[in-house]
Ligand binder design. Structure first.
Ligand code: BGC
Length: 733
């Protein structure tokens, strides 16, 4: 039941909120809390613990799977006597996940990676992508989508970066929030996850993140807060790691104080699968034990009643858990719009949307002498490597998506854990087939695997243009040990580029990689994991049918030494086969006080490091000029002009660059703008005051001083700043 919403360029979070509310009578959402209270009061004690735990709804996961379950991530029994539906949970944000093939050959529409979506800087598209995945979630019989991964990319080697959005709280919070709102417009619950600071997979199940409260609130917690404000998710999934001591799923500070008290969050906190270690997590603020057989014990369910005994405080906590779960159910209308079998999927429409995300998310990183778009005179093209004849690379782990029929190919990934096994390629028109189709009969297109450098070089030498596809796989449960392209691909590119000056590199990577061969190449495209229509999207950029408009949502470093942690914390202690788990008692500190709230480009600015490519960077086949920045009444206004010869899109980016005499670098507003050749447009962005403030003594705090802003097309190429005086201000979160 995908409800079509007219999404205009000017769609704001307020509009989205009213669109979401308009899906049913206004009273439904408003009275969700009262209804939750009323139902909770009717519950018996035995009923009160039913929804506090769930099972993994996959064969051999340790629990009997009820008949009405759909095979996928999880199942939570409902309370039929009170009309409360069972919760049927599936992963995840990039499409309904493949779930290790548990549902047979039935697949789903594979969106490009979260990083690709973030590279569009397009919140309307994020809404539509969420809406599409939500519609497929329903059609497959699920009513909970375990999406909304807004953890910041703190390190480019992080195994789940492909699933996340960006290194910036504003960009991640907005795109995450809009995609959650889109998903929930289908009368299902979406999560936001993994709360919080699960930014690396190494030691993910025992690592202790240390970070000051100020840095936490100003960085990743701000991304979560924005995503919750915009998306209003029914549930928050806490993470595996520890945070300043306790596990996040048992952190009273994080769950009770920050989330529920300070932010007034009404929904429920569910654990990640296998993240609960003690019954005390319930009293610390965890409302639901997910996939309970993945934990050492079932601590929730009946055990809660035993542990509560006659303790009034604990009993009222159990009531609170239920009200929160019921609020998520009622506020999204799960009871009034039950998931019924047989809802149709608009497969062609959904695939077209995945293609649109891919096209808008591809970033043109280098284009020497106008190498792209490919000239009509290029009569022979040597395509090399990257399984370009097979399919599109996808990210691994619980969020793995495949279309009908499953993977086009699986390459052993070398690990033994559940998720470590296989680098998987998605079906769809392959990049090679798409290039052949677009090139037409008059152009000779050859393909070599790239397994043998000599063979690739020989082919490249004979061709007018060489296109090398190079891939880096990322997966949940493992980080990339470094930022090289595996299997000798760096050497392959260097050799091909030496043989043919018109060498174009197309990257399919999870996030940033190093490019030791960069200067030798004619052009480089970053296609991320481009999803089911990725092949066509890449071809359309190569041949100029699409003018590239993606902008980097992460900094590409020039070396590992530039990162806050040149060696990933826990790298030497962790066993890569263990999916992030450790030996009993094993300890690793993941110290985020090194970069604090200066994640990504802010760290680079603070250290004066020159990256390979800065955050926000991306080229186009046309040119843009941005001018006339003014900041007034909490809004930034700027004029963008397309000064080149063809239509295209860019992203106006406004940064805070100094407060008084203190330099800083913070993205405070952005707007994607599409312009015909020669056209210009004035855009206005609202500046959230939290981006101008510090977290100090339990509040946001803005000093009275001059705030300097600059506009540009990335975090480094900025206009000369303008300053405005702002008064001191303090406020609660
Ligand atoms: C992941 C979650 C996912 C869950 C259920 C865990 O391994 O960390 O993101 O939602 O599994 O499949």
């Amino acid at each position: 039941m995908m409800r079509k919403l007219a999404v205009s360029a000017a769609m704001t979070s307020a509009l989205i909120a009213s669109a979401v509310a308009a899906k049913e009578p206004a009273s439904t959402n408003a009275d969700a809390w009262q209804r939750a209270e009323a139902t909770e009061q009717k519950m018996t004690d035995a009923e009160r613990v039913v929804m506090t735990s769930g099972i993994t709804a996959l064969p051999n996961a340790g629990d009997k799977i009820p008949e009405d379950a759909v095979l996928g991530a999880g199942y939570v029994a409902g309370i039929p006597r009170l009309g409360v539906p069972a919760l049927k949970e599936t992963d995840a944000g990039l499409g309904v996940s493949w779930a290790l093939g548990a549902r047979g050959n039935e697949g789903a529409t594979a969106l490009p990676s979260g990083m690709a979506l973030a590279a569009t800087w397009n919140q309307e598209l994020a809404y539509q992508a969420g809406q599409m995945v939500g519609a497929e979630t329903r059609a497959k019989g699920f009513n909970v989508l375990l999406a909304g991964g807004v953890n910041l990319v703190r390190d480019p080697r992080g195994g789940r970066n492909f699933e996340y959005f960006s290194e910036d709280p504003l960009l991640s919070g907005i795109l995450g929030g809009y995609s959650i709102a889109g998903a929930q417009s289908n009368h299902i619950i979406s999560t936001v996850k993994h709360f919080a600071f699960n930014n690396q997979e190494t030691a993910r199940k025992f690592g202790n993140v240390t970070i000051s409260e100020a840095a936490a609130r100003e960085s990743e917690l701000l991304a979560f807060k924005l995503a919750i404000e915009i998306g209003n998710p029914g549930s928050v999934m806490c993470s595996y790691n520890r945070l300043n001591g306790p596990y996040t799923c048992g952190s009273e500070w994080l769950l009770q104080k920050v989330l529920k008290r300070d932010w007034g969050y009404k929904g429920f906190v569910m654990s990640d699968w296998g993240a609960v270690y003690e019954p005390g997590f319930a009293w610390a603020g965890l409302d639901h034990q997910s996939g309970r057989s993945s934990d050492p014990q079932v601590y929730f369910a009946d055990q809660l009643l035993t542990d509560a005994g006659t303790d009034a405080k604990r009993k009222s906590r159990i009531s609170d858990m239920n009200r929160r779960i019921l609020w998520a159910v009622y506020s999204n209308g799960l009871d009034r719009f039950p998931v019924l079998p047989g809802e149709k999927i608009d497969k062609a429409g959904h695939e077209a949307l995945a293609g649109e995300v891919a096209r808008q998310g591809i970033v043109l990183l280098r284009n020497e002498r106008g190498a792209l778009p490919l000239a009509a005179e290029a009569k022979s093209i040597a395509v090399i490597g990257g399984f370009a004849d097979t399919g599109m690379l996808s990210g691994g782990g619980s969020s793995q998506v495949h279309g009908d029929g499953g993977p086009a190919a699986m390459i052993p990934g070398g690990g033994r854990g559940l998720f470590n096994g296989w680098e998987q390629y998605q079906r769809g028109t392959t990049p090679l087939a798409a290039i052949r189709k677009r090139a037409g009969q008059d152009v000779t297109v050859t393909y070599r695997t790239g397994n043998y450098i000599a063979e690739a070089v020989e082919q490249a030498r004979k061709a007018d243009v060489a296109i090398v596809f190079a891939n880096q796989w990322q997966s949940e449960g493992r980080d990339n040990p470094d930022l090289s392209l595996p299997r000798g691909q760096d050497a392959l590119i260097a050799a091909v580029a030496a043989a043919n000056p018109n060498t174009v590199v197309v990257l399919q990577t999870g996030s940033a990689v190093l490019m030791p061969w960069l200067d030798q190449t004619a052009a480089v495209l970053e296609a991320w994991y481009p999803g089911v229509q990725g092949g066509e999207a890449i071809a359309s950029v190569l041949f100029g049918d699409t003018n590239p408009s993606g902008r980097l949502p992460v900094t590409f470093p020039a070396s590992l030494e530039q990162l806050p942690h040149p060696v990933l914390p826990g790298h030497t202690e962790a066993d890569p086969d263990k999916n992030g788990a450790g030996a009993p008692g094993q300890q690793v500190t993941i110290d985020y006080n090194v970069d604090g709230s200066d994640v990504g480009y802010r760290w680079f600015a603070r250290q004066g490091h020159k990256p390979l490519f800065p955050f926000g960077y991306g080229l186009s086949y046309t040119n843009f000029a941005t001018s006339g920045l003014s900041v007034k009444g909490g809004k930034a206004t700027v004029t963008v002009q397309n000064t080149g010869g063809r239509a295209g899109a860019t992203v106006a980016q406004v940064y805070l660059v100094a407060r008084g005499k203190v330099a800083t670098r913070r993205l405070v507003g952005f707007q994607r703008v599409s312009l015909e050749a020669g056209a210009s447009k004035t855009v206005t962005m609202t500046i959230d005051p939290r981006l101008l403030a510090d977290w100090k003594d339990g509040r946001w705090s803005m000093p009275r001083t001059t705030y300097y802003f600059a506009v540009g097309e990335n975090a480094e190429a900025l206009s000369s700043p303008i300053g405005i005086r702002l008064p001191a201000k303090r406020w609660a979160d």
